[in-house]
Write a protein that binds this ligand. Structure first.
Ligand code: NIG
Ligand code: FE
Length: 390
């Protein structure tokens, strides 16, 4: 890439650079005037463009079938997210529709969503199971995710503990999640997650589930302190969690534990807005030194938002992030929330994931304008692992 006007490296903006990709990696980043394109390399003219590391969406539920329009209308009419879930709707509506969809249908839906993300420069996508809630149904979703990946990096997370199927005895279900379901899913997942909240799992259940996942070799994550405060952020941090996500209702002890154990805070402004929740205590998280990632939480219920750029902007407007924090939150810090070194950054030796964007008409070539202008930024060109995919 020659003559890139500006490049976000994952932590800073550098100007007028050339980036050499070779053997799937970033081989060199040089001031443009010193750059020489090797004979065997193809040259791409980046004049006027903004370079970004391939974006990282570190929290999605992007494999599902069916609609949740009914929930959306009910919530606008005043019903609560947790109340609808406890009444057998919400997540359970999506579990039923997903169960009725064939493998081919789910693959096509997931690929369509992934494709729209790649169009926007998102090269790494985390995807959770959690719309199966039975042994075969959960492992099927993870298998589909792994097989459908195609051009992107897809990281899978086992979320059998998303909700308790209506009519199931909760102790028996938790036993199943920690035993045979985990055994069936662990080969297709790199992390375990739990939804510890009103209408879902208790703190004691979450502890059993996360410990079982950890013992099976999975990284730990948690949907934490979203609808109600439970204390799961502190628990997960002590278990060495990579990330705790949502955090609208986290307390000081939870923040202190996350800071102590190096747990990343994944902020999800889509869910916060759709559920009309208060903002998480970002100033306190920042002051404690907890790294801040931003993700879409893409799902049909609490966050029907698939555009990571939109979420970066919303994180600034509704949560108080700076544009630089938002840029780090969708790149380098998001990759840390997935435990992926060398991803979400452009530095010598990092993976060759790169996305180039044109500034909005009339704007300057500064990565921050892509946060200032909300969403819909389609990449001019995208490379994953050094391969041109857009
Ligand atoms: O991250 N809150 C739990 N899980 C998802 C929502 C899933 C759904 O509503 O279908 C979330 O918000
Ligand atoms: Fe989620």
């Amino acid at each position: 890439m020659r003559s890139l006007s500006a490049l976000w490296t994952g932590s800073a903006v550098v100007r007028d650079v050339a980036v050499l990709l070779r053997a799937g990696r970033v081989e060199a980043i040089t001031p443009d005037r010193e750059a020489k394109c090797p004979n065997d390399a193809e040259e791409f003219d980046g004049t006027g463009l903004i370079g970004m590391p391939g974006l990282v969406d570190c929290h999605t539920h992007a494999i599902w079938a069916g609609t949740r329009l009914g929930d959306f209308v009910r919530r606008l009419g005043g019903e609560s997210y947790a109340g609808i879930l406890e009444g057998g709707g919400g997540i359970h509506t999506t579990v039923r529709a997903t169960g009725e969809a064939s493998e081919a249908e789910l693959t096509a839906l997931f690929r369509a969503r992934l494709g729209a993300m790649l169009d926007r420069g998102v090269c790494t996508v985390e995807v959770k199971s959690g719309y199966g809630l039975a042994i075969e149904a959960e492992s099927r979703l993870l298998r589909i995710a792994v097989a459908a990946a195609g051009g992107q990096r897809v990281q899978t997370t086992f979320l059998g503990a998303h909700a308790i199927p209506p009519g199931r005895d909760r102790n028996a279900y938790v036993d199943e999640v920690c035993g045979p379901m985990l055994a069936a899913c662990a080969p297709f997942a790199s992390a375990i997650d739990v939804y510890c909240d009103r209408g879902a799992f208790t703190l004691a259940e979450a502890e059993r589930i996360l410990k079982a996942g950890k013992a099976a070799g999975l990284a730990v994550k948690a949907h934490a302190e979203q609808v109600e405060f439970t204390g799961v952020a502190a628990l997960a941090a002590r278990l060495g969690a990579l990330s705790c996500d949502h955090l609208e209702r986290i307390d000081d002890a939870g923040i202190a534990a996350m800071a102590e154990f190096g747990t990343i805070a994944v902020l999800l402004p889509g869910a916060m807005l759709y559920l009309r929740d208060p903002a998480p205590p970002v100033a306190k998280l920042r002051a404690a030194g907890v790294p801040l990632a931003v993700a879409t939480d893409f799902n049909p219920g609490s966050s029907p938002v698939g555009d990571l750029w939109t979420c970066a902007t919303l994180a600034c407007l509704t949560m108080g992030l700076t544009p630089e924090e938002a840029l780090a939150g969708i790149t380098s810090v998001a990759a840390r929330a997935l435990g992926l070194p060398g991803v979400g950054v452009v530095e010598t030796g990092s993976v060759g994931d790169l996305a180039l964007f044109q500034p909005p008409p009339g704007e300057i070539a500064d990565p921050r304008v892509l946060v200032q202008y909300m969403g819909g930024h389609l990449a001019k060109a995208v490379w994953v692992g050094g391969e041109r995919v857009r």
